[in-house]
Write a new protein. Structure first.
Length: 141
């Protein structure tokens, strides 16, 4: 008997990941901005504060527009949004203002830019599906 394909899977217990609790800020104090920069958002220029992520404490809330910088990322808080730091040092962004009414597209005349975007998105999905099928298939043909 000749074996054409053999699949093996090994699992092992890993280390438990514990998240450290973040201390809240003293009552009456707020996070301080480290800088101010110009930000172009929602069709307008804004002068926005920049906050350091490591200086934020539990229950800190930052209303947009603003920026939060850290060693590996910059978080943009758009106008109408707010960021809140949880007790486990997670950053949660929530919409706090109603979104302005969006422009309704004419259904009788499709937008060529949107059509091209969706065409590329669907083609990318089809290519990724083909790659996954090719990598996971076990056919001897």
């Amino acid at each position: 008997m000749v074996v054409e394909a053999c699949v093996a899977e090994v699992t092992a217990a890993g280390e438990r990941v514990e998240e450290a609790a973040l201390a809240p800020r003293q009552a009456g104090s707020a996070p301080e901005a480290i800088d101010e920069v110009d930000l172009y958002s929602d069709g307008a220029a804004h002068r926005v504060p920049v906050f350091d992520r490591e200086a934020l404490r539990a229950a800190d809330r930052i209303a947009g527009p603003a920026l939060i910088r850290e060693a590996t990322a910059t978080t943009v808080i758009e106008p109408g949004w707010a960021a809140e730091v949880t007790a486990l040092n997670h950053l949660i962004l929530r919409r706090v203002e109603q979104r302005a009414a969006a422009r309704i597209a004419d259904a009788n005349r499709p937008d060529p830019v949107v059509l091209e975007l969706f065409n590329n998105l669907f083609m990318n999905i089809a290519e990724q599906t083909g790659a996954v099928l090719q990598n996971t298939s076990l056919s001897v043909n």
